[in-house]
Design a protein around this ligand. Structure first.
Ligand code: NZQ
Ligand code: ZN
Length: 381
């Protein structure tokens, strides 16, 4: 087992109507809040009014930044940081999915010292303080609600990069499964893929950590059980609650303790696809994982067999690949690039972006030939 530090300071409030205490909680941190959200789903579905009323009841002044896009852009982070400085904001309330919460985390470390987010991402600026962040999650997928990471894209350089540090943990996260009822079927399914992918990235990291292996297998087993149930009954509280809690646990440290870090090669492949084609994050992962499993079979079939044994009680890794492929198909997630509209004429451009972005993975390093193998399998050539 590798050395590790277990630290997670986010206070998580989970369940029906937990946001009833958001105003009171927020008032401990500041008097002027930045309320940051996406493209309107939170207004349509009433969550915006609920949260705004909470802040008003607690006499908190509100500055608003809306329009955060899926696969969030650095331009919005810099503009929202500017707004924080202009309005003397001392607290951030993020209302939305991973893109909104990630943007809010980035703002929280950029605003206090007037830093440009891309300089922080690239390590040219090192934040030393952050504004307190309260997250209200509306989509089960990323685990950002209880971790210190954010992912942003720079469309000018075609890069989408994750970064983070202890300053970026939310102080509080409010998770009411009812806030996820309105997530459409496709994004619900992408979220299920994403939580499975986080479990897998950690499983394939460096180090022998059998308890973490079993946590991974349990989360994936639960997701494969509850995912299809939820997709046939989108407003079932228990199904929503189970998927939501699984997504938090997949990337809040639970699946990593005892390992030196996850692999994250599949996420890197996926981020390049998102930045090129604006493909939803989860949809990139269901395509990339099937190809990656086929590649890993040639590199370390033994480790793949460990997973197969835990999940499906067989060391036959072809069975594992078949089971994942049919599961992703059963929840209507893509397993080949053509299914997300990425045709063969884009092959060279994707390959060049993988190379430019140095998509390598951590535990299982990919070279140019490996990336071509993966790409061809994503096309099924
Ligand atoms: O923009 P709005 O109107 O809010 O609509 C969003 C968006 O169109 C909609 N949505 C969210 N909650 C909803 C809802 N629609 C109806 N009802 C609701 N309750 O869903 C769409 C997608 O939202 P987004 O926030 O982009 O989805 P997700 O939560 O999957 O976040 C994806 C982003 O998180 C990053 C990804 O790379 C991607 O940029 N990740 C962050 C991680 C982290 N911080 O730890 C780890 C992950 O691996 C991931 O990379
Ligand atoms: Zn992810």
């Amino acid at each position: 087992m590798e050395n590790f530090t277990a630290y997670n300071p986010t206070m998580l409030h989970f369940g029906k109507n937990v946001t009833d205490k958001l105003g009171e909680t927020a008032s401990q941190y500041g008097k002027t809040a930045l309320l940051i959200f996406g493209n309107g789903s939170v207004i349509e579905n009433g969550y915006y009014d609920t949260i705004k009323n909470q802040l008003k009841k607690a006499n908190i002044k509100i500055a608003e930044y809306s329009g955060i896009r899926p696969n969030p852009h650095i331009e919005d982070v810099d503009k929202a940081s500017e707004l924080c400085r202009k309005e003397n904001v001392n607290l951030i309330v993020a209302l939305g999915g991973g893109s909104v919460i990630d943007s809010a985390k980035a703002v929280s470390v950029c605003a206090p010292e007037n830093l440009k987010v891309w300089d922080v991402v690239k390590g040219k600026s090192k934040p030393t303080k952050s504004l307190p962040l309260i997250a209200v999650l509306t989509l089960a997928a990323t685990g950002t609600e209880m971790n210190p990471f954010a992912v942003v894209q720079n469309p000018e350089t075609s890069e989408k990069i994750g970064f983070g540090g202890p300053l970026m943990y939310p102080k509080h996260s409010f998770l009411d499964p009812q806030f996820t009822y309105s997530v459409p079927k496709n994004y619900t399914a992408y979220g299920i893929v994403d939580l499975i992918a986080h479990s897998l990235e950690n499983f394939f990291g460096y180090g022998h950590a059998p308890l973490s292996d079993r946590f991974v297998a349990s989360i994936i087993t639960e997701a494969m059980h509850y995912g299809p149930l939820l997709l046939s009954d989108l407003t079932n509280y228990d199904y929503r609650a189970n998927i939501l809690w699984q997504s938090t646990c997949a990337l809040n440290g639970t699946t990593l303790h005892g390992r030196a870090g996850g692999d994250w090669g599949v996420h890197d492949l996926g981020h390049s696809l998102s930045v090129l084609f604006d493909t939803p994050h989860g949809a990139t992962l269901s395509v990339a994982y099937i190809a990656w499993f086929k590649w890993l079979k040639t590199k370390d079939n033994k480790r793949l067999a460990d997973l197969s044994k835990l999940l499906f009680n067989t060391e036959n890794t072809d069975v594992l690949i078949e089971k994942f492929e049919s599961f992703f198909k059963s929840i209507e997630c893509p397993v080949r690039l053509a299914e997300v509209g990425i045709e063969i004429d884009k092959k060279q451009m994707i390959f060049d972006t993988f190379t430019k972005n140095n998509v390598t993975g951590t535990m299982y390093k990919m070279n140019e030939a490996d990336r071509m193998f993966l790409l061809e399998n994503m096309y099924s050539l």
